[in-house]
Design a protein around this ligand. Structure first.
Ligand code: 15L
Length: 296
């Protein structure tokens, strides 16, 4: 049985994945926070992605890594830099030094959030990040590309939509992925023998999709769920949204900070129903006052 390291395992997505992959792989769970009680087939090691010694310690002796760790929504640059830029680099470099060949990188739909909702995009479009967070995800994909092409690592980048039991709002009718479909996609990333560098969308078989996910299907992904099943309920509850957010795939991530004022991030995101949750902590991201750079 393969041993799979999951970083960010204490977060919402990690918790779904643990449950869905139980019995299929032996799981090494890592997070900066405790991962809770361990089930059969699970082990855990604490680690901070921003600390290279931690990453070198936790990536030893595993067959593949699912890198979910980091900051999972828009945040101040210092946090994105530490957790998602430094952290992502550390993860790939530690994997390389420990001879781990395969890395599954949790990228995000926010790497391409500035595509419009009336556009259908595939894995070949250039990234159009909608936030610093989205930039960090595009960065992670590119680090993956470097390590695949330079060092022969096998890298599977998943531009994940929203991993939840049921889609919470209209936007997520297009980018939702059920926990069991997410586990199916992760299994493709772990077990397909022919991966060098791939980008796929982490979405279910949604009727309202914005993605041509043929690359994932080519590699063996067979999603079973469709957000449409929840559409009537979701749309009945939906309140009219901000027209700026409605236009773009990234939703509220797109309009936060219009005018270039970073201090507007937190209040805007706090009001928004979805992106205010941080995967790493499982708690709503606290409003943070970001100091504007001083004019010279
Ligand atoms: C993401 O990348 C976030 O991690 C998640 O919390 C959701 O906000 C999701 O995107 C989304 O776009 O719905």
């Amino acid at each position: 049985m393969k041993t799979i390291l999951i970083t960010g395992a204490a977060g919402d997505v990690g918790s779904h994945l643990r449950r869905e992959l139980a019995g299929k792989y032996s799981l090494l769970l890592s997070d900066i926070k405790p991962v809770g009680a361990l089930a059969a087939g699970e082990k855990s090691l604490r680690g901070d992605v921003a600390k290279m010694p931690d990453m070198l310690r936790i990536t030893k002796g595993v067959d593949a890594i699912v890198h979910l760790g980091g900051f999972s929504v828009e945040g101040p640059w210092e946090m994105i830099l530490r957790a998602n830029i430094v952290g992502c680099y550390n993860l790939f470099e530690a994997a390389r030094r420990n001879g781990v060949k395969r890395v599954l990188f949790a990228s995000s739909n926010h790497a391409t959030g500035f595509y419009k909702r009336d556009e259908k995009i595939d894995h070949r479009v250039y990234p159009k990040p909608d936030s610093r967070y989205g930039v960090s995800k595009a960065f992670g994909e590119q680090v993956g590309s470097l390590y695949a092409h330079k060092y022969g690592m096998e890298v599977f980048c998943m531009r994940i939509g929203n991993v939840t039991v049921a889609p919470p709002d209209k936007r997520r009718l297009s980018n939702w992925i059920s926990p069991r479909d997410f586990a199916r996609l992760v299994s493709v990333g772990i077990d397909n023998p022919d991966i060098s560098f791939e980008i796929v969308y982490g979405v279910s078989d949604n009727r309202r999709t914005w993605y041509d996910n043929s690359n994932a299907r080519r590699l063996g992904y067979q999603p079973q769920d469709d957000a449409e099943h929840y559409a009537a309920d979701v749309l009945a509850r939906e309140k009219p949204g901000d027209p700026r957010a409605e236009m773009y795939q990234g939703g509220n991530f797109v309009f936060a900070e219009i005018g270039g004022d970073p201090s507007r991030t937190a209040p805007d995101l706090k009001k928004a129903p979805g992106p205010g949750k941080a995967r790493k902590s499982g708690k709503a991201a606290k409003p943070k006052k970001v100091t504007k750079p001083k004019k010279k």
